[in-house]
Design a protein. Sequence first.
Length: 163
Amino acid sequence: MQPLTADQIRASFVNCSQGEAKRAALPDLTVVPWADLDFLGWTDPSGSSRAYLVAEHDGELVGLLLRQNPAGTGQARRSKLCEVCVTAHTDTGVCLTVAAKTGAAGKRGDTAGIHLCRDLACSLYARGQKSSGVPKLRETLSTDAMVERVRTQLDVFVRRVLA
Ligand SMILES: [Zn+2]
């Protein structure tokens, strides 16, 4: 994706108040690997349940404030799949991630949820630049196809939030 400025990111948020967008702690934009990202995603460094993502949707930047489910108790040893990059993670590496919907639906309290990599690094997993430590599914998809899937799946989620 194209490198973004802090102002562009703050102006892109669609499902939170201006105050929340202003207060959002941004990642260090000078070290973001823009060329390898399909979307910018990060968690709140203060350790709250907040996370953020910014993606292009229909030619516009869309920023979402997200809430992540806290890490489980660690008792469940089953691996889980991210719905965007289809990376298998340990129990805590994927979490239910929820966004308030925009518009009237959001005012009613409607949300959209998705199981997403807790570190929101789907782009890097799809490119083989990051590993979850859990053996991969036997997939025959090329890297290009996996990257395309990340973009498509994320766009489906963004569309649900905007619906
Ligand atoms: Zn993922």
